[in-house]
Design a protein around this ligand. Structure first.
Ligand SMILES: O=P(O)(O)OC[C@H]1O[C@@H](O)[C@H](O)[C@@H](O)[C@@H]1O
Length: 279
């Protein structure tokens, strides 16, 4: 395992790897043991620190999801420099812990004292991403958050997501609430393209993402909701940091807490986790 500039490479003894950037506390790559890359990273992504978030991998969304508040879109954690707390190779895994604390830049727009820790663990065919927040101030604070995972797919038309049946969702494209009736969400379907939905109350339900014979199980803890996002061709064309066809090679399945913001009293902690396993 090495740390070059702001990039940290984790390698488990079984060959599973992950790469993280201290810029944004951003997971860039996950390669399970004996399997290809599982995360999408845009070839047009901008890496310049403090300017734009990296497009792809797993951006950390904190303390505000999307435009649901006065802060910059998706908050500030994804564009600030994080520090490396620890990095180690265990008997059957590799782990890194990154930290972000409040500073002048955050207090100028969000007047709270906090400490975020992002822990990433790779082992075999699984990846665990844990986001912890401690209220280090003396007043209560509230936030929304997400682990904005961009899954790499070969062809969105062949991808389905199972496990959301019966849940209410907010359709951010139509700006309306709806009920997910079918268990199978065909993400590349005509009419579903430009998919941007917040599913409420997912909690610990496992979600199964299938593309031909590849299956990834995603399970979350601590996060209430999940977001499924794909910009589709038209919206993608407007994203300067995505190639025109990039939308067909990715699907975001995000562990999130949006509907019910997380409240922390002084000294309290919250932990949210997203675990991915390649079957
Ligand atoms: O372009 P950004 O700021 O990284 O956001 C990407 C997308 O992130 C998703 O989480 C949101 O639901 C979408 O509405 C948004 O477009």
């Amino acid at each position: 395992m090495t740390a070059t500039n702001d990039v940290i490479r984790l390698t488990a003894p079984d060959g599973a790897t992950a790469t993280m950037s201290l810029n944004g506390g951003h997971l860039l790559s996950w390669q399970p043991a004996g399997a290809p890359e599982q995360l999408y990273l845009s070839p047009r992504s901008e890496y310049a620190s403090g300017k734009k978030a990296i497009r792809g991998g797993v951006p950390v969304i904190f303390p505000q999801f999307s435009d649901r508040g006065p802060l910059p879109r998706h908050g500030f954690a994804r564009t600030l420099p994080w520090e490396l707390v620890s990095q180690e190779q265990g008997q059957d895994d590799a782990l890194a812990v990154l930290r972000l604390r409040d500073g002048d830049a955050t207090r100028a727009i969000w007047p709270h004292a906090f400490e975020l820790e992002l822990s990433v663990r790779v082992s075999g065919r699984s990846l665990d991403i844990e986001l912890a927040c401690e209220n280090t101030g003396d007043a209560p604070l509230q936030f929304t958050a997400a682990l904005h995972t961009y899954l790499r797919v070969a062809d969105l038309d062949a991808v389905s997501v199972e496990g959301l049946a019966g849940l209410r969702y907010f359709d951010s494209v139509k700006q309306a609430e709806a009920l997910q009736r079918m268990d199978l969400l065909l993400t590349g379907e005509k009419g579903v393209l430009d998919l941007d939905r917040i599913y409420f109350g997912v909690k610990e339900r496992p979600l199964l993402v299938t593309e031909d014979r590849r299956q990834v199980v995603i399970q979350q803890q601590g996060f209430d909701d999940a977001v499924v996002w794909n910009p589709g061709p038209e919206r993608c064309a407007k994203l300067a940091d995505m190639p025109p066809e990039g939308w067909s090679e990715m699907l975001c399945v995000e562990a999130a807490s949006i509907g019910r913001p997380i409240e922390l009293q002084a000294g309290e902690n919250w932990v949210g986790r997203q675990s991915l396993s390649l079957l």
